[in-house]
Design a protein around this ligand. Structure first.
Ligand code: G4P
Ligand code: MG
Length: 171
C-alpha cells in the first residue's frame, strides 16, 4: 500500500485549518474528547485554537488475552462522564477516519451520556467505502484533508524523525 508521510508542521496546519472550520461553522464546543492514542496530539493542537478542556478515551482492538478483535472496546473511559458530558457540546477528535468503526463506536457511546451536540473532527478522511456510520445525531464532521486509501505515516510513530521528514518532503 502506498505510504504518505506527514510532518509535525503539516499536522499542526491541518489542525489549525480544522479549528478555523469549527469557528466558521458556529459550532462552539464546551469540551474536546480525544480518542487515544492517535487523537491526542491533534486534540492538543486544537485546544491551542479553541481553548477548551480535553477529556481522553481509550479504545482497543484486542481482547484481555491480547488477541485481535474485529470490534473496538473501551479500555479507558471518562469518569463521571454524565457530569462532564450531559448537556454539553462535544467535539470528538481522532487522527483518521478510516473504516469509521472506531468513530461509530465512540459516537454511539458518547451519545449515551446525552450531550446537547456531538461534532467530530479528524485530520484525515480516507475516500473509501466505510464499514461504520455516524449516528444521525452526529454533526457537523470537520475534516482537515481528504485522501485516497493510502497508508498515512504520522510523525509521532517515527523512530527517526529526521528520516521521516525526508520521506515526507519527497512525497
Ligand atoms: P476509524 O473509526 O477512525 O476509521 O478507525 P478504524 O477503526 O478504522 O482504525 C483502526 C486503527 O487503525 C486506529 O488506530 C486508526 O488510527 C488506525 N489507522 C487507520 N488507518 C491508518 C493510517 O493510514 N495510518 C495510521 N498510522 N493509522 C491508521 P488505533 O488502533 O486506535 O491505534 P492508535 O494509533 O490510535 O493508538
Ligand atoms: Mg486512532
Amino acid at each position: 500500500m502506498e505510504k504518505r508521510h506527514f510532518t509535525y508542521q503539516e499536522i499542526h496546519r491541518l489542525a489549525r485549518d480544522i479549528a478555523f472550520k469549527v469557528q466558521a461553522s458556529g459550532f462552539e464546543p464546551d469540551v474536546i474528547v480525544a480518542i487515544g492514542s492517535g487523537g491526542f496530539i491533534p486534540a492538543r493542537i486544537l485546544r491551542t485554537y479553541l481553548g477548551k478542556p480535553i477529556l481522553a478515551v481509550g479504545i482497543a482492538f484486542y481482547d484481555l488475552n491480547d488477541r485481535p478483535t474485529d470490534y473496538p472496546r473501551k479500555v479507558q473511559w471518562i469518569e463521571e462522564a454524565e457530569q462532564h458530558l450531559a448537556g454539553r457540546r462535544i467535539l470528538l477528535v481522532d487522527e483518521v477516519d478510516d473504516s469509521r468503526i472506531t468513530l461509530e463506536y465512540c459516537t454511539r457511546e458518547l451519545l449515551k451520556h446525552k450531550p446537547s451536540a456531538l461534532a467530530v473532527a479528524v485530520l484525515h478522511d480516507k475516500r473509501k467505502e466505510k464499514r461504520g456510520a455516524f449516528p444521525a445525531e452526529v454533526g457537523p464532521v470537520f475534516v482537515g484533508q481528504e485522501l485516497d486509501d493510502v497508508w498515512i505515516v504520522y510523525p509521532w510513530d517515527a523512530k527517526d524523525i529526521d528520516e521521516h521528514d525526508r520521506l515526507a518532503e519527497g512525497k
